[in-house]
Design a protein around this ligand. Structure first.
Ligand code: SF4
Length: 65
């Protein structure tokens, strides 16, 4: 899987960081999410999927490759 964040629509809620802090970081200057690990281990899928599901801005997705 590849984690994709659309920083153009991210609203800076940071909920994603709570779900998977090893995958999602935050750019304080621009107030947007930063993907720290674009290709996390499969073992992280559940937490990443939770972040994708609950992002209020629908800014996150998982690409299957
Ligand atoms: S990606 Fe979603 S949950 Fe994460 S900071 Fe942006 S708006 Fe908030």
């Amino acid at each position: 899987m590849r984690v994709v964040a659309d920083t153009g629509i991210c609203q800076g809620h940071r909920l994603c960081q709570g779900d998977a802090p090893d995958v999602f970081g935050f750019d304080e200057e621009n107030d947007v999410v930063v993907v720290l690990d674009e290709r996390p281990d499969e073992s992280r899928r559940a937490d990443v999927a939770t972040a994708v599901k609950y992002c209020p801005a629908f800014a996150l997705s998982i690409d299957e490759d």
